[in-house]
Design a protein around this ligand. Structure first.
Ligand code: NAP
Length: 249
């Protein structure tokens, strides 16, 4: 059965890999990101592989934009019953230098974004009596220097996930979180830039600290998302899976 999945922040990084994986699993995929044009590469990769995808420009932190996007997706691809809340930003700084804008922007994209998207999509999931929600947390939820805003958001994603699992379980909807460790994407590249370290050196340094002795890649996260979104994961809900090459990064 073909289902419709939405992956937010899917223009690049973990979202792009997850969108491609869910399409390979047989789902029609809405590739949602801030700028519709930026989605072209992910959509192209999916259609080149024989899958079905739709580029959607939307800001997950904006209620009207989210409502418009989900209605458009339902019309073009069919009712969305799989949602991966992946869109994210970082605005790292030590607490005494962190601005209110740094705080608000991070909480808005991760938490408000996941809330607005889930609220819009659950309507379709409840109607279908089936659904999967996967939220991107992070090992930073356990605390990370320079990331008071991001750590709070990513810990918040875990409480949000568990509550969705409790509320939506009766409608056949599961909700789980993935907490990645160090993954090679533009986000970690920007952290290396901020620290003034070459990205290759930053990757090597982080890999050295990880029990399996390598950095993670977007496909590592896509594989976990694929499992949570599968038919056979229907009895797994409210869980947080650390995908970090060890118990934590
Ligand atoms: P990324 O490469 O920076 O990609 C994030 C994507 O989200 C970008 O395409 C970005 O668009 C989009 N986005 C940002 N704000 C948005 C908004 N308001 N509405 C819609 N889309 C928006 O990040 P990533 O490394 O793949 O991370 C993906 C997720 O995994 C994030 O939630 C992140 O916190 C989490 N995570 C990452 C790591 C890691 O090591 N990389 C570790 C743990 C958790 P623009 O390019 O236009 O800004």
């Amino acid at each position: 059965m073909t289902r419709t999945a939405i992956v937010t922040g899917a223009a690049r990084g973990i979202g792009a890999a997850t969108a491609q994986r869910l399409a390979a699993d047989g789902n029609a995929v809405a590739v949602l990101d801030l700028d519709e044009a930026q989605c072209a590469q992910t959509v192209g990769a999916i259609t080149d592989a024989g899958g079905r995808a739709l580029a959607v420009g939307a800001n997950v932190a904006d209620a009207a934009s989210v409502e418009r996007a989900v209605a458009h997706i339902a019309e073009e691809l069919g009712a969305p019953t799989i949602l991966v809340n992946n869109a994210g930003i970082i605005r790292d700084n030590l607490l005494f230098k962190m601005t209110e804008d740094d705080w608000d922007a991070v909480l808005a994209v991760h938490l408000r974004g996941a809330f607005l998207m889930s609220r819009a999509v659950q309507e379709h999931q409840v109607k279908a009596n089936w659904g999967r929600i996967v939220n991107l947390s992070s090992t930073s939820a356990l605390g990370n220097r320079g990331q008071a805003n991001y750590a709070a958001a990513k810990a918040g994603m875990q409480g949000f996930t568990k509550t969705l699992a409790i509320e939506l379980g009766r409608y056949g909807v599961t909700a789980n979180a993935i907490a990645p460790g160090f993954i090679v994407t533009d986000m970690t590249r920007s952290t290396a830039d901020r620290l003034g370290v070459a990205f290759e050196d930053f990757i090597a340094h982080n890999a050295n600290e990880i029990p399996v002795q390598r950095a993670g890649y977007p496909d590592d996260i896509a594989a976990a998302a694929s499992f949570f979104c599968s038919e056979e994961a229907g009895f797994v809900s409210g869980q947080v899976l650390y995908v970090a090459g060890g118990p934590r990064a």
